[in-house]
Write a protein of this length. Structure first.
Length: 711
């Protein structure tokens, strides 16, 4: 037992020792929440709770894997005996630790037949979903060139996260685009069922639907998961909130860990009120605050607190640390995005530290362009998180689509992707004839392809191509039940001639073939699994952006602030600290959105362990135009004594520059109808709104300078 309680602070021990009933752990950034959660799980097991009766859920595969490793290590150190559970002798094993979606996939693989699906369902990724949305819209005679299918998909996704059925969405539609989405939703859902497929949002929604329609199934899982632990509770949406509440309702042994100060995902449905109202939902809840920070220096924590304390809708706490006070965060004012990038490169090079100890955080993906250009120019290795991921590469998606069809012949979206890859000269007309024949005879498309000689209006050569394709897929489906996954992929590549297709003599072809070989490396992990194909398809459907972050790749990491949550780095650069960029212009009209931007800034700052850099630029070329915005209000929130300022100006003047003369204007000057030639006005002043005008060929330029009111 000492192995579990040693090295915990007093509040962490209280959380771990809590036996029964609801528990809210408000865990500040870097306060050891994962340690507390995993030690609590181990403590429950050490005190006689079967791992079978424990469910722990989080948001990312990386977090789930870390929890598994920590719990496994703790349990193995206890050397617990074999126990009898339900009259069966079993060895101690890990409880179920996974993401919300992984939990639901496990339940659906057993229970989904209640809703008329078969257990070998496929999970569509975003591209597959978009394809299905487009087909559904066309079926309703909507022009996908006039109505953006991505917007329709976004509305449907939000509806599912709010647990709205197609009729619910149609009834609440107030605008034309919502009406289209409501109609499309109904057809889209029917399409998914015909293809025995679910999209990502369905995983939680369908699980809840089963629980609500079949109470005996809910009771079964309530009795299994008598202890429910939820990580990052502040990020739960309506569906996730209802899921954990249904599971924990019977025994009330729910532990939630989170930080309302780090709630930054409202745009994807996260509801901060879930954590703020936990004590109202569970009247007997015990609340503990983890306020000791183990990650950052005190100077970094002080600056971050200056930002978050401005928010009104929050739980009160104050982070502190026994770490050294450390360097003051550095504030740097750049002339433009090029100088911003060069400053970062100089700091990295001068530090003599490994590249993977640095991260550059930005508000929008568009900001990475100038950084990338300069990193390439100076031979600085970098890795972008949130760019084109491994499983999104075309050649990888092609092979995965083949595997999905092998797994389920009902998958027409996957079939549509692969039927001409490699090319088989099968056009839209032939696909239409194939679809018609399959539906008339109530058979899947593969059986229809094998019987292609019965198709009308199709050439003999095309019929032969279809027949050969169908026979290959039927053969691979049969082999998938007798050989391991790696062997199946090797066989697939040979049968369809993929190597000859992809190796076209170009360097790109070689690169794409290397990616296929890497896919086999991933697949080999499932070779000893009885259901290796299904398990592989299930797991890659649940991969997230931050799963790509690792310390083995010695590169500077570039990522958005949203992607950085849950991570930590020795040195953090936050760039683009300018009004309208951060906080984003969209947030300025809403107090709730502005508070979320402030929480986002807090999250970004608290990723730093040793050094924090805050950078803004006087001018910035972004979104296709030159911008000059005031320094971010978040910088204004920080007392100057808390920062090490590397700023070069904070000038008390604004300079007009052209190739002939400089004209100086002092703070507060108002200038009307100044006689200027070509050029621009460039300026920055902590009391003034930054102004930039570029007028070619206009001699009379009306300029108005106004005091910047502090909010």
């Amino acid at each position: 037992m000492n192995q579990i309680l040693n090295q915990l602070n007093d509040i962490q021990k209280q959380a771990v020792l809590h036996q029964n009933g609801p528990l809210l752990i408000l865990a500040g950034a870097g306060s050891g929440k994962t340690k507390t959660l995993t030690h609590r799980i181990a403590y429950l097991i050490a005190n006689g709770v079967s791992p079978y009766h424990i469910l722990a859920v989080t948001f990312t595969n990386k977090a789930a894997q870390e929890m598994k490793e920590r719990v496994s290590k703790l349990i193995s150190s206890l050397k617990l005996p074999t126990r009898s559970i339900d009259q069966k002798k079993i060895d101690y094993k890990l409880p179920f630790l996974g993401t919300f979606h992984a939990v639901c996939v496990r339940i659906l693989k057993i229970e989904i037949e209640h809703l008329g699906y078969s257990r070998n369902f496929n999970i569509y990724d975003s591209e597959d979903q978009l394809s299905a949305i487009k087909q559904s819209m066309r079926k309703l005679n909507y022009n996908t060139n006039e109505i953006n299918p991505r917007i329709i998909h976004s509305i449907i996704s939000s509806a599912k996260n709010d647990l709205l059925e197609p009729n619910d969405l149609k009834n609440k539609s107030n605008e034309f685009i919502e009406e289209v989405a409501g109609e499309t939703y109904e057809v889209y859902q029917s399409f998914l069922k015909e293809n025995n497929a679910l999209d990502f949002d369905d995983l939680i929604m369908m699980t809840i639907k089963i629980f609500q329609k079949f109470p005996q199934v809910l009771v079964k899982y309530q009795n299994q998961f008598k202890y429910v632990l939820v990580d990052e509770y502040q990020d739960t949406n309506k569906a996730q909130y209802l899921l954990v509440n249904l599971l924990s309702k019977r025994y009330q042994n729910i532990t939630v860990v989170g930080d309302d100060w780090q709630s930054i995902y409202s745009w994807r449905g996260a509801d901060i009120s879930n954590i703020l109202n936990f004590e109202k939902d569970f009247k007997k809840a015990k609340t503990l605050k983890l306020e000791q920070n183990y990650r950052s220096t005190q100077n970094i924590l002080d600056v971050a607190h200056c930002i978050i304390e401005k928010n009104k809708n929050k739980k009160d706490k104050k982070l502190w640390t026994d770490n050294e006070k450390g360097d003051k965060p550095i504030l740097f004012e750049a002339e433009d995005e090029q100088e911003e990038a060069n400053f970062i490169i100089n700091e990295i090079n001068n530090s003599k530290q490994p590249y993977n100890r640095f991260v550059v955080l930005y508000r929008t993906n568009a900001q990475s362009r100038a950084l990338e250009e300069n990193f390439l120019k100076h031979d600085i290795p970098y890795k972008i998180i949130g760019g084109l991921k491994f499983y999104e590469r075309k050649e990888i998606k092609d092979i995965i689509a083949y595997l999905r069809v092998i797994n389920s012949f009902k998958d027409t979206v996957g079939l549509g992707r692969i039927i001409n890859t490699p090319p088989r000269r099968i056009g839209a007309k032939t696909l239409g004839a194939l679809e018609k024949y399959a539906k008339q005879n109530k058979i899947d498309y593969i059986k229809a392809a094998i019987a292609s000689e019965k198709l009308t209006g199709v050439s003999t050569q095309t019929k032969n191509n279809l027949n050969q394709f169908g026979l290959i897929m039927e053969y691979l489906n049969a082999k998938s039940k007798t050989i391991n996954l790696t062997s199946l992929i090797d066989l697939l590549l040979v049968k369809i001639g993929f190597k000859e297709f992809i190796l076209d003599g170009s360097e790109e072809g070689e690169y794409r073939w290397e990616n296929i070989q890497e896919l086999k490396t991933v697949a080999s992990k499932y070779d000893n699994n009885k259901d290796g194909l299904a398990k592989f398809l299930e797991e890659i459907a649940l991969v997230s952006d931050t799963d790509e972050v690792n310390d083995e790749n010695n590169s500077v990491v570039l990522m958005t602030m949203h992607s950085a949550k849950g991570l930590e780095f020795s040195n953090v650069f936050i760039v683009g600290l300018e009004e309208n960029l951060f906080p984003h212009s969209r947030a300025l009209a809403s107090q709730e959105e502005l508070e979320e931007e402030r929480r986002l800034c807090y999250v970004a700052m608290t990723r730093a362990k040793e050094k924090l850099y805050l950078i803004f630029a006087k001018t910035r070329e972004i979104f296709g135009q030159m911008q000059a915005n005031p320094v971010s209000r978040f910088i204004e929130d920080i007392p100057k004594k808390n920062l090490d300022s590397h700023s070069k100006s904070f000038n008390q003047k604004v300079i007009y520059q052209d190739n002939k003369k400089d004209c100086e204007f002092k703070s507060g000057d108002k200038v009307k109808h100044a006689e200027f030639g070509k050029g621009m006005v460039i300026g920055f002043n902590e009391d003034l709104i930054t102004v930039i005008f570029e007028k070619i060929g206009i001699k009379k330029l009306a300029l108005e300078y106004a005091k910047l009111k502090k909010v």
